[in-house]
Design a protein around this ligand. Sequence first.
Ligand SMILES: *[C@@H]1O[C@H](CO)[C@@H](O)[C@H](O)[C@H]1NC(C)=O
Length: 421
Amino acid sequence: MAPRKRLLIIGFIVATSLYLVATGWFGTGFYRRQGYYDDDDILLNAAAANANSVGGVQSNKPPVTSSNKRILLVSALYPLSKSKHSLEDYQWWLWNYLGHVKTDIYFFAPPALHDLVSQARPKPNAANSKEGSNFFMKLNTTYPTVFDVPPLKGLRQSYEEIHAKDRERSYHSAELYAVWNAKPFFLKEGLREMKETWGKDYDYAFWVDAGSFRESPHKYEDWPDPARVEEVFAHASSEDSIFIPMHGMPSFKWRKWKEEMGPVDQDISEGSFFGGSQKAIEWYTSTFYTYHDHYLSLGHFVGKDQTLINAILLLFPDRFTTVFWRDITQRGFVRTYIGIACGGEWWYYQFFLANSQTRTEMEKIWLEKQSNRQKKVQEWLVGKPQCPLIPPLTLKEVLYRAFGPYWKPVPATVVPKKHVR
Ligand SMILES: *[C@@H]1O[C@H](CO)[C@@H](O)[C@H](O)[C@H]1NC(C)=O
C-alpha cells in the first residue's frame, strides 16, 4: 500500500473517532458548549432552545398513574435595566407560560410589571372549571428591584466587584447575578406565603424560569404531572430530595474538587427548574445562601448560580435527584440523530415531567416540524421516531459514572444554618 493511501486511511479513522467523541458517543459530549444562557434577560435566563436530543432506555418501575399531590410553581420577572428584549418579548413568553400552564403559580415582579403579568394569566373561572387546574396565581410586587430581595440586599457593590472575575463578563452583569441568585429565596418564600397568608398547602413546589416555555405551540397544561413528580421522588434517596435537571457530565477533573475551591465552573446543573418538598426547599435555600455568603467572603465568583449549585451537588449528592439525558448509558449516536424528536435538549425536563397524553401530543408537534429526510433517518436508526422517556437518576449515580466507583462525596464543613437575612 502506498504510504499516502495508508495516511489517508489513518486520517479517516482519526477523524471518525473525533467525530464520535464530539457527538457524545462516549457519554460526555464535548461539543455544544455554547453559552446556553440567553443572558440578557430577567429570570427568563434559561437557554436557547437548541434542537437536540435524548436517546435511551426506559424505566422499569411501573408508572404511577394518578396522584393527588399538590404542586406549586414559583416564578419571577425582573427585567435587566439594559435588556435587549422588548415588552413584546416578555408578553409573548409570559403568555406562553402563564396563559397555558394551569398549575398554581406564585409570581414575583416589580410593581411596574403588575398589569403585564396579571394580564397574561387567564381568569380562573372563565378559563377552566376543572378542579386543581384552574390558572390560580398570586402576584407579589413587594420587591421593586432584585437587589431588594433579602438575601441580596446590599450586595450590588460586591457583585460589581466579582464581575471582573467572570469569564463571561462581556455579556453578564451584577444585576443578572442577583436575578439568578434570588431564585431559591423566591421559591421558599412563595411556598411559605401560600401557606401562611393564603392557607394553601402544597406537597411540592418548583422554581420555573418565567421565560422557559418558548416552544410554541406547546401542550403543557397540568404540568408538571403530579404522578410523574411522585415517580421521580420515588426513585430519589429521600422524599425530601431536590430535583434539578442536568445538562452536562461533570468533567473527570472535578473528582479532586474540594469545598474550599469554590463554585464549580462547568455547565452541569441547569438553573431553570428545581424544587421538592417544603423540607427539601428549606434545606436547599439555607444551604445555597450559606455557601453563597461563604464563597463570596472568600472572594470567589458566585455570580452564576449554576456553578454554585454544582458545588452543592458535589458536597451533598444524597440530597439531589435529576434527569440527565446525556447520561453515559443513553446512546450518544442515537441522541444526535433523534434530535428534533424531543424539542430542545435543555427543556427535556418539561417533556419528562409531563403526563403520557401530553408527551404524545408534544411528540406529534415535534414530528410535524421534521423534514421527510429527518424522519427517514430516524426511522432507519431507531424505528418509530419518538422521544424516549429516560429514567430519573440520583446525583450519586451520576457522580459515580463521572468519577468512578471510588469517588467519595466531598466533606462539607460549612454548616448550613437557618438563613436569617
Ligand atoms: C410578598 O412576599 C414577601 C416575601 O415572601 C412577603 O413578606 C410579603 O408579605 C408578600 N406581600 C404580599 C402583598 O403578599
